[in-house]
Design a protein around this ligand. Structure first.
Ligand SMILES: [Zn+2]
Length: 145
């Protein structure tokens, strides 16, 4: 198994995970979305829209909670990609070597996040908490202890 904590490995894994989700979401016919009746768990799809633009749903209990909208999920994927674009590894500006976690150890300086912290002393080693959290949202578990 590859080391998913390595910056490029984690980025590749995350890109593949987002791409897989986007591919699955794009396979859903356009306009489909689902709501749930919180009283009994009944799931329904809208049967058209009302004049005011709201989805037309069965009048069972009068309350429907949005359950899943593939179009919204695709927007979330795009937002995740935008967030990821601003949290990229920047080589040579981190504090501490990549190959030894011992404080004060010598070695190649770690890559740091391009957005988190500040370069050198207060740099945040890549992958930062934002990238790790994004990856966890797509099923990554390698970084959990
Ligand atoms: Zn970051």
């Amino acid at each position: 198994m590859t080391d998913q904590t390595a910056p490029q490995s984690l980025l590749a894994w995350l890109d593949a995970a987002i791409t897989a989700r986007e591919t699955a979401l794009k396979a859903v016919p356009e306009g489909r979305r689902w709501y749930i009746d919180p009283f009994d768990g009944h799931v329904a799809e809208p049967d058209g829209v009302w004049d005011d633009g709201r989805d037309r749903l069965p009048n069972r209990h009068g309350i429907w909670l949005p359950l899943f909208d593939p179009a919204d999920a695709l927007l979330r994927c795009a937002a995740d990609r935008n967030l990821l674009a601003s949290h990229q590894p920047t080589p040579g500006v981190g504090y501490g070597p990549d190959d030894d976690d011992t404080p004060g150890a010598y070695g190649e300086i770690a890559s740091a996040c391009s957005s988190c912290g500040t370069v050198n002393e207060y740099a945040v080693r890549f992958p930062c908490h934002v990238v790790r959290t994004l990856a966890e949202g797509y099923g990554w578990t390698e970084g959990k202890r």
